[in-house]
Design a protein around this ligand. Structure first.
Ligand code: AMP
Length: 190
């Protein structure tokens, strides 16, 4: 199995690169942001609870996203592997993920961390907001809060994976193909 954490701040290009990687390596894409947005669209209780937090750019509670990932892992027993995109975002989530994978006799192979400057992130997110319809991409204050949440709660996970010798940082600025080829190179060398 190949299990990748695609990591980086909002707007780093995780979703774009995940879509290329799932096709190349035949992996299952697990994006907690996408799952939460589909819960909101479906009008579920979970979606309703998450919506106000997401609209403000705050993280939703750990137990909510951990539960979602646990059930998705259970639902894909024959997968070649998983790309975790936007998850884990806190140390509690990273520990829970390690435990869930261990129960299935597998583990994370590598964390691919995309590096992009804040000013570039803000530009990209505002631009994406014009088409995506995502309200959290359309307001500079909300974007700033999302970047803050990332810096305070999520970025420390680089240390968590680094201690397991699983951190690989990649420049997230360049053409989509250039970045994809750098990611592929890391994966081929595993
Ligand atoms: P994303 O699509 O990854 O940018 O996520 C959009 C929003 O969903 C975030 O700003 C959070 O409110 C919420 N979210 C997504 N994934 C997580 C997670 N792993 N932990 C907590 N909140 C999350």
């Amino acid at each position: 199995m190949l299990n990748l954490v695609l990591f980086g701040p909002p707007g780093a290009g995780k979703g774009t690169q995940a879509n290329l990687l799932i096709n190349k390596y035949n992996l299952t894409h697990l994006s907690t942001g996408d799952i939460l947005r589909s819960e909101i669209t479906a009008g579920t209780k979970l979606g309703l609870e998450a919506k106000s937090l997401m609209d403000a750019g705050n993280l939703v509670p750990d137990e909510v996203v951990i539960g979602m990932i646990a059930s998705k892992l259970d639902n894909s027993p024959r997968s070649n592997g998983f790309i975790f995109d936007g998850f884990p975002r806190t140390t509690a989530q990273a520990k829970a993920l390690d435990n869930l994978l261990e129960e299935k006799n597998t583990s994370i192979n590598i964390m691919l961390s995309l590096k992009v400057e804040d000013s570039e992130l803000i530009k990209r997110l505002l631009n994406r907001g014009k088409d995506s319809g995502r309200s959290d991409d359309q307001d500079e204050n909300i974007i700033a809060n999302r970047i803050n949440e990332y810096n305070n709660k999520t970025a420390p996970l680089k240390d968590y994976y680094s201690k397991q010798n699983k951190l690989q940082e990649i420049d997230g600025v360049g053409s989509i193909q250039e970045i994809a080829s750098n990611l592929n190179q890391v994966i081929e060398n595993l």
